[in-house]
Every structure is written in C-alpha cells, then in structure tokens.
Design a protein around this ligand. Structure first.
Ligand SMILES: [Zn+2]
Ligand SMILES: [Zn+2]
Length: 347
C-alpha cells in the first residue's frame, strides 16, 4: 500500500496547481489561491500502489476519475493521464527521500514554450517535427533531484615555467631562456556543488543548465510539486560525492593555474590535493524539458525553470536543405551556396 496525495480546492473541489507567476497554489476554476508553505487540507489518501508485471512500475488509482495511473517506482509527482489530476507519491518524498529544500518554478509553461519558439526563429531548415504546436505543447515541468555538497580543498601545485628574452648583437639574434619552478599552495572552500541525482536525466544536460540560485530555495513541501513531474533520487550520496569531489579538484586546479601569469610558458608538473567533505543536502531543482523524436533519434531541449537559461541541439532536414540549395543555385554561384550552408552550421 502506498500513499497518494492530490490537491483539492477547499472552495470548489477543483484541482490546485502550483502557479509560477503568483508562487501560490491556484485553482483554475474559482481562481482561489493558497500559500504552499502552509496549505494542508488533508488531501492524502491511501491507494494500492500495486506492482505491475514489471517490478519497476507501480499502478495507482486516480481518486477523481478512477483511472489508472502507472508510474516508475522513482516517480514522486505526476498527474492522471485521463483527467489531469495532479498527484504526489508521498512515499517518494518522505523518510530518506524527503528533500530538504526545493527551488519552486519561477517560469511557467507559457514562458518555456515562448523561449523554445524564440530559439527556433530564423532556423529555416528545421524539420516540421520540431515546429508543430502539438509537439511544443509536450513541454514538461520536471523537478530534478540533486545532491548538494560542501567541501574544502587543500592543495599544493608545482609548475614548470619559462621566460624568454631576445636581443640582437650585430647579425646575431640571441635568446636567453630562464627556467622557473613555480609553487602555489592554499585552500579553497566550496558550497552547494550540485550533482544530478537522477540516472534518467543526462548529467551533461543538467550541468549545462547551471547555475541555480539556492538562496531562492524554500523549505520542502510537496505542495510545490502540484501540476509538475518529479523523480526521487536513484543515484546514492556516496557515488554523487565522488562526482562533486572531482568537480572540486578540477576547479581548484584551474584556479591555481589562473594565478601563474607572467611567464612565456607554464605547465603543471605535480600536485597534491586533499578534499575534506562538508555537509550534503538533498534538493529539487526546476527544469522545463521537451523531447522530440526525429528519424529514430531523441532531441532534448531544456530550460532552467528558475533563470530561463536554455539549451538544445537541432538537426536539419536534408530534404529542405536540398530544396533550398536548388533555389539558391538558380541565381548565384556555388561559392555563395557554400557560405549559406556554413552560416547555417555555425548557428
Ligand atoms: Zn476552486
Ligand atoms: Zn483521473
């Protein structure tokens, strides 16, 4: 048995969703708004979270329409596929899975769709799969689980450096090279290094959406999840700490290297580093995600739900490219066509 929670409006029984604009739980029917930090209408109820044939899939029953909600065992928030009723799987946001903090969505779906369309603007070779309204409407707000780590790196680094001096003596150019051993030592403190704790979301994607501003986070309550998708972590704290430590080591080395200016060459020769781990915290960060399938490949577009930072990668439609090239060939030289093609690739 597992608990499911939904979000009924105390005024009219409508379903509440967290509204990014007002930062309140909002009823779309009676326009009632409620503070997510204190809202508690006892909307949890117990349902049989039965296992499907596949161990990893759980089946719930929607209280609003009786429909079947199927979810991965990591799913923490979703909605009924039949009536849209937002639900939270409370066992995935409590106990060891309870986040300490959450950054609520600041940008809503309308803004995420507008940002995506702006990104598409001027890209004439795009396949229709990327531009039709039904696809764009698949944009989903997802809370991604993160571990945040504090740490302190104490490091020593040695560099081999040279400085050259040249002068002329009659017909001869003389060069004098001086060799230096450069030494740096010190410690660097890191706070809230984020590590994506969901194996379902590509680490490279989430890293490219950073930074998030943790100072705008709120104490976690599942009311912020109403109307969004969320997963609990499935990458443990120890494995994630290794990733955080390697980011700390790389940043420290880069920082030390940046202080060794004034030489003609300077390369690191050896180093020693000790990283002391500080506190860790489990948090949820907001991301807008759009997946587009095209010719058997999945293209992912994502926007930071707090800052609006957008990342994506687009293919081009070879059919459209050919059509455009034929038109261009009619009027101009082949060289101009090559330029056109390169301009597209450079975007
Ligand atoms: Zn209402
Ligand atoms: Zn339903």
């Amino acid at each position: 048995m597992s608990e499911l929670k939904d979000f009924k409006c105390p005024n009219c029984g409508g379903r509440l969703e967290f509204d990014a604009q007002s930062q309140k739980l909002k009823c779309p029917y009676c326009e009632g708004t409620f503070d997510p930090e204190v809202f508690d209408e006892g909307n949890s109820f117990t349902v049989a979270g039965e296992k499907w044939e596949d161990e990893n899939v759980l089946v719930y029953t929607c209280r609003s329409c009786g429909g079947t909600i199927m979810a991965d065992k990591e799913t923490a928030a979703s909605s009924c596929p039949y009536c849209g009723n937002p639900v939270v799987m409370t066992s995935n946001v409590s106990g060891i899975y309870k986040p300490k903090k959450v950054i609520p969505f600041l940008l809503d779906k309308k803004q995420a769709k507008a940002r995506y369309k702006e990104y598409l603007k001027g890209k004439v070779l795009l396949p229709d799969a990327f531009t039709n309204e039904a696809t764009i409407d698949e944009m989903k707000g997802v809370y991604v689980p993160y571990w945040l780590f504090d740490g302190k790196a104490s490091a020593k680094m040695w560099f081999d450096a040279t400085r050259n001096r040249s002068w002329s003596e009659g017909d001869t150019i003389c060069t004098e090279t001086s060799y230096y051993k450069v030494f740096r030592s010190g410690s660097v403190r890191f706070e809230d290094i984020p590590v994506d704790a969901s194996s379902k979301v590509d680490d490279a994607l989430t890293q490219s959406l950073e930074p998030f501003d943790i100072s705008q986070s709120k104490e976690f309550t599942d009311n912020y999840l109403a109307g969004y998708l969320a997963d609990r972590y499935d990458v443990g704290v120890e494995e994630s700490r290794d990733k955080a430590n390697s980011r700390i080591a790389n940043s420290t080395a880069a920082l030390f290297s940046s202080t060794t200016g004034g030489y003609d060459t300077c390369v690191p020769s050896s180093s020693s580093m000790n990283i002391a781990s500080g506190k860790q915290e489990y948090v949820l960060y907001p991301i807008w995600l759009l997946n587009v399938k095209y010719l058997g490949k999945l293209y992912t577009f994502a926007m930071n739900g707090q800052t609006g930072k957008f990342v994506g990668d687009l293919p081009y439609d070879k059919g459209k490219l050919t059509r455009i090239l034929i038109t261009v060939f009619a009027g101009v030289t082949a060289a101009a066509t090559a330029v056109q093609y390169l301009l597209y690739l450079a975007r």
